[in-house]
Design a protein around this ligand. Structure first.
Ligand code: TMP
Length: 254
């Protein structure tokens, strides 16, 4: 079999050339280096779970009319996506104070915010993803003002929809990070949701116990992170009882 051409390797994913022009294959790794955790290592099964969870959430978002790059899941670790021109921003939507936000404003983690707050971070590893304002985004030409309006309104829509979806399975969406890309169709450009949506890129707390169902619960024990991700997949109804090895297709149990 011919080797596929690798387009890009990130901390948690690899992008390969897709089977047709304008497509890519997104491969989910088990690596944990995507986190601000001291220990770097491999979380067995994480890639399989994130592939499945992201497929599920992107599909649900597509159903309500949010344009996404997702086409279909190919296998346990790979999904077919549309090739987009990535906008170099990490858009974080926060509903409850946590993480860097709680630190920055001296707030207790878990304090609800008066309304959802959107923040932009510049996607640059060497600069450690600095927070930027709309001024930086438009002045440096990363996105035009009208693109930014679209990004902001899509981000809030995604956040509202996913907040409700997670609430239905007893999970509070504290915050989430989304990325967008430009998709060119003939002469027209559309901004679409790209990358992934998973417990790697969101903060998920159990509503009743405030137990963390994301990576933060187990900073000291990476082996347990996959258990938390598995619990999220189980509540979403997309994990067969016997575990990630048995994931076959997008059948929900609702
Ligand atoms: P923060 O509170 O550490 O700034 O994180 C805010 C949200 O962004 C949280 O849901 C996790 C997500 N995130 C990423 O996806 N990648 C990152 O590198 C960081 C720092 C946060």
């Amino acid at each position: 079999m011919a080797r596929r051409r690798q387009i890009f390797e990130g901390k948690a994913k690899i992008l390969f050339e897709g089977p047709e022009p304008g497509t890519l294959v997104q491969y989910f790794k088990d690596d944990s280096a995507a986190f601000n955790v001291q220990k770097r290592g491999v979380i067995t099964g994480k890639g399989v779970l994130n592939n499945r969870i992201s497929e599920y959430l992107m599909t649900r978002l597509g159903e309500i009319g949010v344009p996404t790059h997702f086409v279909r899941r190919l296998n346990m670790r790979e999904q077919l996506v549309r090739e987009v021109e990535i906008i170099p921003l990490e858009v974080v939507v926060r509903n409850v104070a946590a993480g860097s936000f709680a630190k920055r404003f001296g707030m207790a983690e878990g304090t609800p915010l008066p309304r959802s707050i959107v923040e932009y971070y510049y996607k640059s590893e060497p600069l450690n993803h600095p927070m930027v304002s709309e001024e930086h985004v438009t002045a440096f030409g990363w996105a035009a003002p009208q693109d930014l309006d679209e990004i902001m309104s899509l981000s809030l829509r995604i956040n509202d929809f996913l907040s409700g979806l997670f609430l239905g399975i007893g999970i509070r969406l504290m915050d989430l990070k989304v990325e967008f890309g430009r998709l060119w169709e003939d002469e027209h450009m559309r901004i679409v949701l790209a990358d992934e949506i998973s417990p790697d890129s969101s903060r998920l707390w159990d509503i009743k116990t405030s137990e963390r169902l994301d990576r933060e619960r187990f900073r000291d024990d990476l082996s347990k992170i996959a258990d938390a991700y598995q619990e999220v997949a189980r509540r979403l109804g997309i994990l067969p009882e016997s575990g990630p090895a048995d994931i076959k297709g997008p059948e929900t149990m609702q």
